[in-house]
Design a protein around this ligand. Sequence first.
Ligand SMILES: Nc1ncnc2c1ncn2[C@@H]1O[C@H](COP(=O)(O)OP(=O)(O)O)[C@@H](O)[C@H]1O
Ligand SMILES: [Mg+2]
Length: 378
Amino acid sequence: MRVAGIMSGTSLDGIDVAIMDIRGSGWKMKASVVAFGGVPYPARVREALLGVSNREAHVGAVARLNVLLAELYAEAVFAVARRNRIAVKSLDLIGCHGQTIFHDGAGARFLGRTVAATLQIGDGSLLAERTGVPVISDFRTRDMAAGGRGAPLVPFVDYLLFRDPRLGRVALNIGGIANLTAIPAGGAPEDAIAFDTGPGNMVIDALARRHSKGKLAYDRDSRIAARGRVDESLLRRLLADRFYRQPPPKTAGREQYGAEFLERLPPAMRIEDAMATETALTAASIAMGIDRFVRPRMRVDELIASGGGVRNPRLMAYLAGFLPGVRIRTSSEFGIDADAKEAIAFAILAYESLHGRPSNLPSATGARGPVVLGKLSP
Ligand SMILES: Nc1ncnc2c1ncn2[C@@H]1O[C@H](COP(=O)(O)OP(=O)(O)O)[C@@H](O)[C@H]1O
Ligand SMILES: [Mg+2]
């Protein structure tokens, strides 16, 4: 079956599309990547998304963005298909994560009850209508209805792709937020440990944007961080945040590491030193998560990194420094383009859902049991 996965992450950099051929079922599934590509969000769309993410916003803006994003997703599918000479008609299914504009997996008191809520926008019906392909969207809500946090959902796919009979592995995705799935050697799916470790590229990106007055979206090839020095005492203070000590399951988001986070930096600090320190913070918080919550339960032989952070050389160098004895690899070495992993994941999750099979890992989300994820727009 040919399945497209569409992902747009917390970085708000754009839309990733992976086109896959998938056969078989469950843990015997065979999935191969046929094509992968991306389309950046127009700057105005990104601004509008920032304007409605985790803040007071007009519901009309949210409703309109829900439609507009679906149009952009459809255009992204056509663009990636065209570039790779694939007919959109040949697709059997699309899995669309949508853009998260609000996520509170743990729940808060609201109108006298505890309510956990999440919202991924980019309407499935419109995407199905434009492409002529059935769409599965809205993956997180069913897991939350079953008492889970709705995240992370990628661990099912990490287990499928990266489990090994002899090696203990950590699959790490460094997107806006960094998250990992740890799989013990020869472990069962329910042995996987998964959680968000904290910031990925989000703080680095916010610093780059602020420093360049919006001209730089990120610290390309760590050019800024490479000229700075890590402020060790500031790094220690930032790492004292409760989040890093809190045991999993736990999720992080833009509400923690958005532009407001930069206010924790001394205003007079040189941009190069601030960038080096923030880059080290991402690496150190990942390593701390592994040391605190993974190593006590399993041996870690390899770390398999994916996401845009893999392209940040300082970040990867700090990570190697903080994790002695762990072999650092990238998912590309396993045939999974590092930029494509999350889009690939939502193609695989959609395929499972279409076949009526559950694909949340209750050990990762905290759900009461396995559930079939998503809503179908036939
Ligand atoms: N050449 C590069 N140098 C440094 N960082 C990069 C580079 N390319 C991409 N990135 C980082 O990757 C981020 C995008 O990562 P991505 O995995 O798409 O995140 P998300 O899933 O949150 O959208 C960019 O915002 C940037 O921080
Ligand atoms: Mg992205």
